[in-house]
Ligand binder design. Structure first.
Ligand SMILES: [Zn+2]
Ligand SMILES: [Zn+2]
Length: 402
């Protein structure tokens, strides 16, 4: 029997709901999706899934180590302990999320989730591996309390699925559920930059924590989605690292240990906006040209292929060697960096694509390690070098119409 990793089914499951939301919104004549935003959101999610593949084991190992050495209580799975793990996880999440907005070090990883100006299911996929690490730190409380690692692993999957469904504009208020659970209406408030909605509704499944701790706001006014100061860039790398760079500049400027600690543990508002402007000036040259339909199709195709590769890499982990897994992950990461760069119509995608071609060749070779395969790959890869200028010209003509 073929051994598959059922967690991979999350990919078609979520993509199915994303498409459903898209078609329903089209039918209702609501424009909820901008092409560039949706692709950028999906790319962040793909990167998280693929890096997660390489780190999940490490989390399980750390949780087991804490549980075996430092567990305070001896908890066994049972009805009461499942209720307890639900309440504790949700409460810990509340604090993880609140810190994520209030402490620069944590905001630097959470900010990515809030960069989109859209609000739809694709936004829920905007989670990064760094955020997963920060979250894991908070969740270390669970094995410390004595919840067995297997129980934690199962529960975190359930807890991870719920928030996907709160990222939509298609679901209105939900009656009595609004009193107890985090609903799409509550989470719309959380993703808005309206002044009265800032730093509100941190909850993941239960809204009661926000109500008890004074961070609750009801959706009254129409929300305006995205950051107070929008990013206006689809560069994958910029999205992930702009805030860390801003912090570095602020750290360099801060005099004395106290000021430096304030940069790390202070509030995001305290970072001087001048740093962002300086970095944007230095590192970003945004192309404001609207992207042609043909390029849009190409980017979409690139994303679909990446999603398919991701799905099978996750599904068949049992049959893939570590070497193949690393190469497939590199291919996926290069593909999403390329997508972002193509949206911004960067010229360097040519070099990245040429390198991506080599990675594809290496992947083929690991599956069919024969001499003739090696020879074909080498010829195919080196051939463009002889027609370097004309290949490059043709490539740009194909991609950007010149
Ligand atoms: Zn948040
Ligand atoms: Zn969210």
């Amino acid at each position: 029997m073929i051994k598959i990793n059922i967690l991979a089914l999350a990919v078609p499951f979520f993509i199915g709901f994303i498409l459903l939301e898209y078609f329903v919104s089209q039918k209702r004549k609501k424009k909820l999706h901008q092409f560039e935003e949706s692709i950028a959101n999906l790319n962040v999610g793909i990167a998280e899934r693929v890096t997660d593949l390489l780190t999940t084991g490490a989390f399980y190992f750390v949780f087991s180590w804490i549980y075996n050495n430092y567990a305070i209580f001896d908890i066994h799975p049972g009805f009461l302990s499942w209720v307890m793990i639900f309440l504790v996880t949700d409460f810990v999440w509340y604090w993880y999320h609140r810190f994520g907005h209030k402490v620069n070090l944590f905001w630097s990883v959470h900010v990515v989730h809030h960069q989109s100006d859209d609000f739809n299911y694709t936004v829920s996929t905007r989670i990064t591996i760094f955020q997963a690490v920060a979250r894991g730190l908070f969740w270390s409380v669970l094995p410390l309390l004595g919840f067995p690692p297997d129980m934690i692993a199962v529960f975190l999957i359930i807890h991870g699925v719920y928030p996907f469904f709160t990222h939509t504009q298609l679901v209105g208020k939900l009656g009595w559920l609004e009193y107890v659970f985090v609903t799409p209406s509550h989470h719309r408030v959380h993703h808005s930059s309206n002044p009265e909605y800032l730093d509100k509704n941190y909850g993941d499944i239960l809204i009661v924590w926000d109500k008890l701790l004074g961070t609750f706001a009801e959706e009254k006014e129409e929300p305006k989605y995205g950051l107070t100061k929008p990013l206006n860039s689809y560069s994958f790398l910029w999205q992930h690292f702009h805030f860390q760079l801003e912090m570095l500049l602020a750290l360099r400027e801060a005099k004395g240990i106290k000021a430096k600690l304030k940069v790390l543990f202070g509030k995001p508002d305290d970072i001087d906006p001048v740093h962002r402007e300086y970095l944007e000036e230095k590192l970003l040259n945004r192309n404001k040209q609207p992207i042609q339909l043909a390029l849009q199709r190409l980017i979409l195709l690139n994303t679909v292929i990446t999603l398919i590769v991701l799905f099978f890499t996750l599904l068949l982990t049992e049959y893939v060697t570590t070497q193949q897994q690393i190469l497939l992950c590199v291919f996926i990461l290069l593909s999403i960096i390329n997508s972002g760069a193509m949206i911004e119509q960067k010229r360097w995608v040519f070099y990245l694509d040429y390198f991506r071609l080599l990675v594809v060749g290496l992947i083929c070779y690991t599956f069919i390690p024969s001499d003739s395969m090696l020879l074909s790959i080498t010829i195919l890869w080196l051939l463009p070098l002889f027609f370097y200028k004309s290949t490059q010209k043709k490539y740009y003509a194909y991609l950007y119409n010149g």
